[in-house]
Write a protein that binds this ligand. Structure first.
Ligand SMILES: [Zn+2]
Length: 428
C-alpha cells in the first residue's frame, strides 16, 4: 500500500446540480492495488498506517486524471493548421496527414507521439478517434497498453467524399472493425468504439454496417461528429434529405447510453430532446470550435434538456492536449455568449474535465474523482518555482482560487507526475 499526501481537489458531486468543490489540504489517500481504500487527514492516516510508504505531493495540487472525450490519434502532427473552416481544414490539413498512417511504421511513430501527448497533459482516460487503417489502430491500442492509459477507440470509417485512400466499404468496415474489437475490446484498459467519421462521408449502408458491428461488440462504444459547422450541416441535410443531422445516426440505432457525439454546436431543440431521451453524451471541444470558427457551443440549452456534456480537445483542430487550456476556452466562450452563456466557475471546469468525462464514458464508478473505492488515476500539478503559476498558487486565497489559477495559468509543463491505477506513468 502507498499513502499519498497532498492538497487534493475533486468534484464528486455534480456542480451543475448544486454540488460543491471538495478540497482537502494536507490530505492522505491510502491506495492498495490501484484502489483508494482510505481518504482523510494525512496525520490521522499516517498515525493509523505508520508502516506504509509515503509519496509526498505537498507542493502544488493533486487532481484526478483528466478525461478527454474527443481527440484524434492521427492528427497530432497536424496541430496548428490555423485559418481554415472545417471542410477546407479537413481537405488541406487533416486528411493528407491521416492518409500517411497507411504506412504502419509511420503510424507507430505517431502513436508514440499521441499517447505520450495525452499522458504529459495529465489525461489518463480518452475516447479516441482512431485511424482509417486497421494496422494503425492496432498500433494505437498497443501503445496505449504499453503506457497504461485507458483508451476507448476504433477504426474510423467513410465511404464517400474523402480522398480515395481513406474510403472503405460496408463489408470491409465491419470485418476490420470486428477483428480489431476481438483483439482489443476489454483487453487491459482498452475498449472498442465504432466510429463513422461523420454522416457527410458515410452513406446509409455504411452506417448500417456500423450498427451491426455495434450490436456484435458487447459493451462497445459509438462516437462520431455532429452539427459542427453550418456548411457541413447543410451538406448532410442535402445528402440524406433529412432536416435533423442526428437522425442520420439515430435511424440506424447508433444513439444510446454508450454514444458520444462530438461538437453539436448547432443543434435543433428536437435533436437535444432526442439525445437526452437516448441518454447519449456530447463532447464539447471549444478550442477546435474557436480555431475553425465553428461557433459558440450552446451549453445552457444542452443543460436545459438534460444532455450530458463533457470536454474534448479535438486535437488536431484543437490546439493541444491540455484540458486545463480546453476548460479555460470553454469558460471564455460561455462569457462571450453573455446572457445566453453559462457562468462557469472553477468547480464546473474541473467537473467537465474529470467526473463529467468519466460519466460520459460510463466509467464514473471507477474514475473521475478521488473518493474511496475509486481507482487512483491522478495527476500532480506542480509549477516550477518562480513561474507566474507558482506565484499565483502560493498566493491563492483558497482551493477555488487555486483551481482558478490552475485553469488560467497551468500548462502541460506543470504536470509533474501522472498515475493510473496507482502506478506512475513514464512521461517521455
Ligand atoms: Zn473531431
Amino acid at each position: 500500500m502507498t499513502l499519498f499526501r497532498g492538497t487534493v481537489i475533486d468534484t464528486p458531486d455534480d456542480p451543475f446540480a448544486g454540488g460543491v468543490l471538495r478540497a482537502t489540504s494536507d490530505a492522505g489517500l491510502l491506495v492498495r492495488d490501484g484502489v483508494i481504500t482510505e481518504r482523510g487527514d494525512f496525520a490521522d492516516l499516517r498515525a493509523r498506517h505508520p508502516e506504509e510508504g509515503v509519496v509526498d505531493l505537498s507542493d502544488g495540487l493533486v487532481l484526478p486524471g483528466f478525461v478527454d472525450t474527443h481527440v484524434h490519434f492521427p492528427q497530432v502532427r497536424a496541430i496548428g493548421g490555423l485559418g481554415l473552416p472545417l471542410l477546407d481544414w479537413l481537405e488541406q490539413v487533416a486528411l493528407p496527414e491521416e492518409a500517411r498512417l497507411s504506412d504502419v511504421g509511420y503510424a507507430e511513430s505517431v502513436a508514440g507521439d499521441f499517447v505520450s501527448g495525452l499522458a504529459q497533459a495529465g489525461t489518463t482516460t480518452a475516447l479516441v478517434f482512431g485511424a482509417h487503417f486497421a494496422p494503425a489502430v492496432d498500433a494505437l491500442f498497443t501503445e496505449a497498453a504499453r503506457v497504461g492509459l485507458r483508451v476507448t477507440s476504433g477504426l474510423v470509417v467513410s465511404d464517400r467524399l474523402l480522398r480515395p485512400e481513406l474510403l472503405t466499404t460496408p463489408r470491409r468496415a465491419y470485418d476490420e472493425g470486428k477483428a480489431l474489437a476481438d483483439r482489443w475490446h476489454g483487453v487491459g484498459r482498452n475498449r472498442y468504439a465504432v466510429i463513422p467519421r461523420f454522416s457527410l462521408s458515410c452513406g446509409d449502408e455504411l452506417l448500417n454496417s456500423c450498427s451491426q458491428l455495434l450490436d456484435d461488440v458487447e459493451g462497445g462504444w459509438f462516437t462520431s461528429h455532429i452539427n459542427e459547422n453550418t456548411r457541413e450541416i447543410a451538406t448532410v441535410a442535402r445528402l440524406f434529405d433529412l432536416s435533423h443531422y442526428l437522425e442520420t445516426y439515430d435511424r440506424h440505432d447508433l444513439i444510446g447510453r454508450r454514444s458520444v457525439l462530438a461538437h453539436n454546436v448547432h443543434p435543433t431543440d428536437q435533436e437535444l430532446k432526442v439525445i437526452a431521451a437516448r441518454d447519449a453524451s456530447v463532447s464539447h471541444c471549444p478550442s477546435s470550435n474557436s480555431a475553425l470558427g465553428s461557433g459558440l457551443f450552446p451549453l445552457t440549452r444542452h443543460l436545459a434538456y438534460g444532455v450530458r456534456v463533457a470536454l474534448g480537445t479535438d486535437v488536431g483542430a484543437g490546439t493541444g492536449f491540455s484540458l486545463l487550456k480546453e476548460a479555460l476556452q470553454a469558460y471564455f466562450m460561455q462569457q462571450l455568449l453573455n446572457e445566453q452563456g453559462y457562468q462557469l466557475e472553477p468547480v464546473h471546469l474541473l467537473h467537465l474535465v474529470t467526473t463529467a468525462g468519466a460519466d460520459a464514458l460510463g466509467m464514473a464508478d471507477q474514475v473521475g474523482d478521488l473518493s474511496v473505492g475509486k481507482r487512483f488515476d491522478a495527476q500532480w500539478l506542480k509549477p516550477r518555482a518562480g513561474t507566474t503559476f507558482d506565484v499565483a498558487l502560493r498566493n491563492a486565497t483558497g482551493p477555488e482560487d487555486a483551481l482558478a489559477k490552475a485553469f488560467t495559468l497551468g500548462t502541460t509543463a506543470d504536470v509533474e507526475r501522472v498515475w493510473v491505477d496507482g502506478e506512475a506513468l513514464a512521461l517521455s
